[in-house]
Design a protein around this ligand. Structure first.
Ligand code: CP
Ligand code: NVA
Length: 307
C-alpha cells in the first residue's frame, strides 16, 4: 500500500483502491486466516457524530484481527473542551497504531493526518465518506464481477459526502457515475473537476432523474438531510420532491440493476419502501461488507504484509 492515510480518496490511485478490494475478498472468504493479522495493535475511534455501521464494523473488525479498538466520543475526550486536533493527534499517536475519526469539518481529518505519526482513516466527514464508497464498489464487484469498467452507477439525491466519494472512487474503477440532484444541491465543483480529470466521459451531473437512470446498473441514494443538517429537513423535503427512488424511477434501470443505500435510510423520503426492501435491494449486503472492507483497510494501512 502506497498510501499512509485514507482522508478522501482524492490522491488514491486505481491500484491503491484495487489493493483494498482484493484483500477484502480474501478477508471475507477466509476470515480465519487473518485472526492474528493485527495482534497487539490498537485503533482509536473518535466520533463527533453518531454511527452504527462505522463504529461496529471497525470495532468488531479490529477484534477479529486480534487487535483492540477504543471508542472515543468527541465530547468525552479533551477535544470537546478545546484541546486542539494537532495535540490530540500527537498524543494518540504515542498510544495507538491507527486513528479513525468521524467529524464535521474535513479540515479536522486533514489536520489529524498532518499531525499523526500513525495512519488516519476518515470515518465520514461533511465532505467525504471514503470507507463507505470502497465498500460499495466491493459490493458491486460481488454482484457484477471484478471488472466494473462500463457499469453505470446513478446516484439520485443530495450532492453530499456520499456523492463525492462514490464519484471519486467510481471513475478510478472505470464506472460511469451520474449524480442527479436538484439545482442548489449539486456536488462540489472541485470534486466534479477532480473526477473529470480522471475521465470526463465517466462523469455526469444533472437534475433530471428520469433521463439519467436509463441504463443504470445501480441506483444509489442517501438521506436528503445529512448529520448536522437536521434543521434543514423541511426545506430539503421540498427541494427534493420528485427525487424519491421509487418503482417508477427504478423501472428505467437495466433489468439486472440493483438498489444501493449507505444507510440509515428514510423510507418514504429518498427511497420508497418497495424499492428499499424489494428484491433488487442489496442494502444489507453493503452493510455487512463494511466489516470486511474495514478489516482489509486497517491491515493495509498498518503495514501488514502477510501471505
Ligand atoms: N453508512 C454508515 O456510515 O453508517 P453509520 O452512520 O451507521 O456509521
Ligand atoms: N450523508 C449521510 C451519510 C450517513 C452514513 C450523513 O452524512 O449523515
Amino acid at each position: 500500500m502506497q498510501q499512509k492515510h485514507l482522508v478522501s480518496l482524492m490522491d488514491w490511485s486505481t491500484g491503491d483502491i484495487q489493493e483494498v478490494l482484493a484483500l477484502t475478498t480474501r478477508v471475507k472468504t477466509r476470515p480465519d486466516d487473518f485472526r492474528t493479522a493485527l495482534l497487539g495493535k490498537t485503533l482509536a475511534m473518535i466520533f463527533q457524530k453518531k454511527s452504527t455501521r462505522t463504529r461496529v464494523s471497525f470495532e468488531v473488525g479490529m477484534f477479529q484481527l486480534g487487535g483492540h479498538a477504543l471508542f472515543l466520543s468527541g465530547t468525552d475526550i479533551q477535544l470537546g473542551r478545546g484541546e486542539t486536533i494537532a495535540d490530540t493527534a500527537r498524543v494518540l499517536s504515542r498510544y495507538v497504531d491507527i486513528i479513525m475519526a468521524r467529524v464535521y469539518g474535513q479540515e479536522d481529518i486533514d489536520n489529524l493526518a498532518k499531525w499523526s505519526s500513525v495512519p488516519v482513516i476518515n470515518g465520514l466527514s461533511d465532505r467525504f465518506h471514503p470507507c463507505q464508497a470502497l465498500t460499495d464498489y466491493f459490493t458491486m464487484q460481488e454482484v457484477f464481477g471484478e471488472d466494473l469498467r462500463g457499469k453505470k452507477l446513478v446516484y439520485v439525491g443530495d450532492g453530499n459526502n456520499m456523492a463525492h466519494s462514490l464519484l471519486l472512487c467510481g471513475v478510478k474503477l472505470g464506472v460511469h457515475v451520474a449524480i442527479v440532484s436538484p439545482e442548489g444541491y449539486w456536488p462540489d465543483v472541485e470534486i466534479v473537476k477532480a473526477a473529470q480529470a480522471v475521465d470526463p466521459k465517466l462523469v455526469t451531473v444533472t437534475h433530471d432523474p428520469h433521463d439519467a437512470t436509463k441504463g443504470a446498473d445501480v441506483i444509489y441514494t442517501d438521506v436528503w438531510a445529512s448529520m448536522g443538517q437536521e434543521q434543514e429537513q423541511k426545506i430539503r423535503e421540498k427541494a427534493f420532491a420528485g427525487y424519491t427512488v421509487d418503482d417508477a424511477l427504478f423501472a428505467n434501470a437495466n433489468e439486472n440493476a440493483v438498489f444501493m443505500h449507505c444507510l440509515p435510510a428514510h423510507r418514504g423520503e429518498e427511497v420508497s419502501e418497495s424499492v428499499c426492501d424489494g428484491p433488487r435491494s442489496i442494502i444489507f449486503q453493503q452493510a455487512e461488507n463494511r466489516l470486511h472492507t474495514q478489516k482489509a483497510l486497517m491491515m493495509l494501512l498498518s503495514g501488514w504484509n502477510g501471505p
